[in-house]
Structures are given as structure tokens and as C-alpha cells.
Ligand binder design. Structure first.
Ligand code: ADP
Ligand code: MN
Ligand code: MN
Ligand code: MN
Ligand code: MN
Length: 382
């Protein structure tokens, strides 16, 4: 029972459930019914209880609201039961239009707290999976010193065949033609599942996620979308919501998605380059000088950053495939083999943003944003 071979024959997927196909047409019939002014609020939060480094542990559940919310205050604080039978408090932080249900329905990005221990107003301590609270605090401090940090993320991912766990469209256990260029490619011999990418792009625009663009990556079934530039925690919030939307779509298309930093041996890994700027780097003259100064601070804090930039990143940051080796820190203009890259235009204009190329695809953007701000803006000169 439950052996690999019998699973294969029965077509059972990696989590032990079988593929079930239902009728979309039948569902449509009911989704057309009026909801009579009531609004469905889908709360989305991060729970890393079951974090395995490959995927994210996003959770969601729905609450009916009496009418369309005007502000966050119209969306109640809610709870769910954590793993040790204790209630976890989920606090709404940002709302988006719901691309799955449409209409006035909303997606609600929330963060999590332990149950309050007395004062009803207070919602307890942030849970250990809530990196947003500390990120928000760092952004607040940056604001107090007159800075306005902006973030832009380049989220890479692989679409996966749920049965073989190998990239979608690849022959099982084998590699596609290594001499073909798949980056930004066009055509049925090179592109896998563009429908999902198009649906995701449009769903993000509809939701109000600041999606900046998409491109196919260096292997078939490897894709990238960009989020931002957005100020403070909004970049990280929007990236998490874009990840959620992607997971939901892949659920519908019955396709897997992975953010593991190196899902396929011997191929380029996947990252989440984090583009970053602040008042000092965006001001001319002197922006380039500020960038160099910040890079020196980042050099000092390299190990701390690396240890928070994603599980399994050592398999990706090898010094090959446009990465810098994990043990080294370097920066360079137009250099894709450096830890930090500034675009040539930034150097020419003497201001702008720079790209931290170290974060893995499975990083938490709250942690990465927080660390960038703390290291470059909040740390005392040592
Ligand atoms: P690459 O050449 O590295 O593939 P992309 O075009 O994929 O670059 O991504 C560029 C990223 O830079 C986008 O995520 C965008 O939001 C971000 N970005 C642009 N301007 C800024 C800025 N001023 N501050 C922070 N991020 C920025
Ligand atoms: Mn129950
Ligand atoms: Mn890119
Ligand atoms: Mn890329
Ligand atoms: Mn990049």
C-alpha cells in the first residue's frame, strides 16, 4: 500500500490525492446567480507551518460581508485555528479586487497574531510566520528619517507537471534542447503554457496588484513576472498577492508551480531579484555615490542577508548561470555576475535604483525589504 509504483499506476499526485476533474460549465451556472448585495471577502495569509522550501504556505478562507467594504475598517479582524488548537488572529492589511469571483468581492491580505492576553483592543504578538509586522516597523522608521524606500521584485518560477514533478512540457526525466534560447521566446516549439501566464497577468491587473510585466525565462516552463516599483510594504504585499493568484490559477489549470531555488539540477536556478531605491539613490547629483556607500554597508552585512534570502539558495548561488557565488559579495555596473547590479543608465544619470540579485525565488519579500532598509538606511555607522 502506498508504494511509489502503485501510486504511479493509480495516478496519485505528490500530496497523496488524485486528480479530480469537474464540469466548469456546471459551475458557471451557479456562479451566475445573484449574491444580492452581499460580498465575499477571501482572507489570504501566510502560514509557514508546513513550509518545505519549494512552495509557500498561503492559506485562505472566506467571510460574507453585508455590503461592499469602503475601507479596511469595514473588514473585521478574524481568527483561524493554529496547529496547537490555539486561535490565531488574522488582521486585514490590504484589499484587492477578487479576479476569481469578480463583482464587488475582495481578496484581503492579512497578517497573523497570537491571541491577545487581556486588552481586547490589542491583537497580541506577531506570530513567528508574520514577517510583515517587523517589515512595517522598519518602513515606518525609514519614513521618520525622510526616506521613501521603493521595491521592485522579479519573481521567477517553474510550472511543474504534478504527476512527474518535472517541468511542464518536458519529457519525463529528460532535458529540452540546450542549444535553443528560451529567454523571451516565441513559438510553440519554445513556449509552454502561455495561457496561464496571460491569465495571471490580467488577473493581477484586475486585482490591483502592481504587476510590471512578464517574460519567459531561460528554460521552457520557466517564467518571470515583475512587481513594483512600490513604496514600503506595498511591494511585498503585492508580491504575496501575485503569488496567491498564481497558485489559485494553477489549481484551476491543474498544474504545479515551484519556487524552489534550483528545481532542476544542471539548469539555471530561479531567483527573485529585488530592485531597490530610496530618496538618496534617486536624487541627482549624488545618487551614484549613495548607491556605492550603501553597497559597502551591504558587503558588511552579506552573511546576514544571505541567511534570510531563501531556503536552499546555496544550490542556486554557485557563481554559474548569471549568479555570484554565495560566499562572495560584489557589485558592478551592468554586471549580471555580481551580487548587486546597477543598470548602465543609473550610472549615466547618476541616480536611480540597484538590483540585489541574491534573493532566491522562495524568499519572503517582507524579510528582504526589511533587511535592505535596515542595512542601508537604519544601521548606525560602525
Ligand atoms: P532585469 O533586466 O533585471 O530582468 P526587469 O525589467 O525584469 O529587469 O525588472 C526591473 C525591476 O526594477 C522591476 O521589478 C521594477 O519594478 C523595478 N524598478 C524600476 N524602477 C525602480 C526604482 N526606482 N526603485 C526600485 N525598483 C525599481
Ligand atoms: Mn470549524
Ligand atoms: Mn527580469
Ligand atoms: Mn529573470
Ligand atoms: Mn534581474
Amino acid at each position: 500500500m502506498g508504494s511509489g509504483a502503485s501510486r504511479e499506476k493509480e495516478q496519485i499526485g505528490p500530496t497523496g490525492i488524485k486528480d479530480v476533474h469537474l464540469s466548469h460549465a456546471l459551475t458557471e451556472k451557479y456562479m451566475g446567480l445573484s449574491q444580492h448585495g452581499k460580498v465575499q471577502a477571501e482572507y489570504v495569509w501566510i502560514d509557514s507551518d508546513y513550509w518545505d522550501g519549494h512552495s509557500f504556505d498561503l492559506c485562505c478562507k472566506t467571510l460574507t460581508l453585508p455590503d461592499a467594504p469602503i475601507s479596511l475598517d469595514d473588514i473585521p479582524i478574524w481568527t483561524y485555528s493554529g496547529d496547537d488548537a490555539k486561535d490565531i488572529v488574522i488582521v486585514p492589511r490590504r484589499t484587492y479586487r477578487d479576479p476569481f469571483r469578480g463583482g464587488d468581492n475582495v481578496l484581503v491580505l492579512a497578517d497573523t497574531y497570537e491571541e491577545p492576553s487581556g486588552d481586547e483592543q490589542d491583537h497580541g504578538k506577531a506570530t513567528k510566520f508574520n514577517a510583515r509586522a517587523a517589515c512595517q516597523a522598519a518602513m515606518q522608521q525609514a519614513e521618520e528619517i525622510g526616506e521613501d524606500p521603493w521595491f521592485g521584485f522579479e519573481q521567477e518560477y517553474y510550472l511543474i507537471d504534478p504527476k512527474t514533478k518535472w517541468p511542464l512540457g518536458w519529457p519525463a526525466g529528460r532535458y529540452p534542447d540546450k542549444d535553443t534560447a528560451f529567454y523571451c521566446s516565441v513559438g510553440s516549439t519554445k513556449v509552454v503554457a502561455r495561457e496561464i501566464i496571460e491569465a495571471h497577468y490580467r488577473a493581477c491587473l484586475y486585482a490591483g496588484v502592481m504587476i510590471g510585466g512578464i517574460n519567459s525565462e531561460v528554460a521552457p516552463a520557466q517564467w518571470e513576472f515583475q512587481v513594483g516599483p512600490a513604496s514600503g510594504t506595498q511591494g511585498a504585499d503585492d508580491l504575496w498577492m501575485a503569488r496567491y493568484i498564481l497558485q489559485r490559477l494553477c489549481e484551476e489549470y491543474k498544474v504545479g508551480v515551484t519556487f524552489d531555488p534550483k528545481p532542476v539540477p544542471k539548469q539555471a536556478g530561479i531567483g527573485c531579484h529585488t530592485n531597490y531605491s530610496n530618496m538618496a539613490t534617486r536624487s541627482s547629483p549624488g545618487g551614484m555615490e549613495a548607491i556605492k556607500k550603501q553597497c559597502e554597508r551591504l558587503r558588511q552585512a552579506h552573511d546576514k542577508h544571505i541567511s534570510n534570502y531563501g531556503i536552499g539558495n546555496e544550490r542556486r548561488l554557485t557563481g554559474k548561470h548569471d549568479t555570484a557565488a554565495m560566499s562572495d559579495f560584489s557589485w558592478g555596473i551592468g554586471d549580471r555576475a555580481a551580487s548587486i547590479r546597477m543598470g548602465c543608465k543609473v550610472a549615466m544619470r547618476d541616480c536611480g535604483y540597484y538590483e540585489d540579485r541574491r534573493p532566491a525565488a522562495n524568499m519572503d519579500p517582507y524579510l528582504v525589504s526589511q533587511l535592505l532598509v535596515e542595512t542601508t538606511l537604519l544601521r548606525k555607522e560602525s
